[in-house]
Design a protein around this ligand. Sequence first.
Ligand SMILES: Nc1ncnc2c1ncn2[C@@H]1O[C@H](COP(=O)(O)OP(=O)(O)O)[C@@H](O)[C@H]1O
Ligand SMILES: [Mg+2]
Length: 229
Amino acid sequence: MGDLLIEVRDLAFRYPGGAQALRGVNFRLHRSETVAVLGANGSGKTTFLNHLVGLLSGEGSVRVCGLPVIAANLGRIRQRVGMLFQDADDQIFMPTVEDDVAFGPLNLGLPAEVVRERVEWSLEQVGLNGQRRLPPHNLSAGERRRAALAGVLATNPEILLLDEPATFLDPPAKRALVRTLGSLPQSKVLVTHEVDFAAALADRAVFFEDGAIVAEGAVSELADRFKWR
Ligand SMILES: Nc1ncnc2c1ncn2[C@@H]1O[C@H](COP(=O)(O)OP(=O)(O)O)[C@@H](O)[C@H]1O
Ligand SMILES: [Mg+2]
């Protein structure tokens, strides 16, 4: 199937000396789909996302854009997949917000003019044009979250993996994020524990429990079934 962007089969993973974090996960993402990943803290959501970009590697098979997620393919895969980490501080490290947003496109070897346009557009998307010359550590936690998202958008990936993108955002910023994400054409995997946020964006949802996907369906249906509100 040409529009199958992510295919995960029987994925299992145990942290060295630690928990069995994934136990037989099966998952698919098609082009233009937004799938919400719901589940309690510690249920394996972040561990799952990390496997999609090869930061972790377990048993089973993971294919992204038709490519097995193995060392030899990671360069190509990471050009097509943008990931917003759960902890923004893991991905913001340049002296100013705009330098940080420019880092990804510069790294892709894009011409300076294109980089400038991408930075402009991405900062606009997250509403941080006014803060572009600030050092990231002077931003609020919610603004750092948005800066990290701008950095991901600036690389114009085909797939967005978003790990708790609404954390630290106040209600207006959350509504703005829903508008932004809703207007983007990318296929998305949206990890969140906020039902309303998921419902506003996702076509369907999967529910993680103890390292496995135990149910799939509409966001509201899963939220009711698991009393997840
Ligand atoms: N680096 C790590 N080393 C050992 N265990 C970990 C590590 N990261 C997560 N875990 C464990 O793996 C399980 C799944 O964690 P995680 O994927 O972060 O869940 P979620 O994102 O759903 O909150 C939890 O039991 C957690 O304690
Ligand atoms: Mg997590």
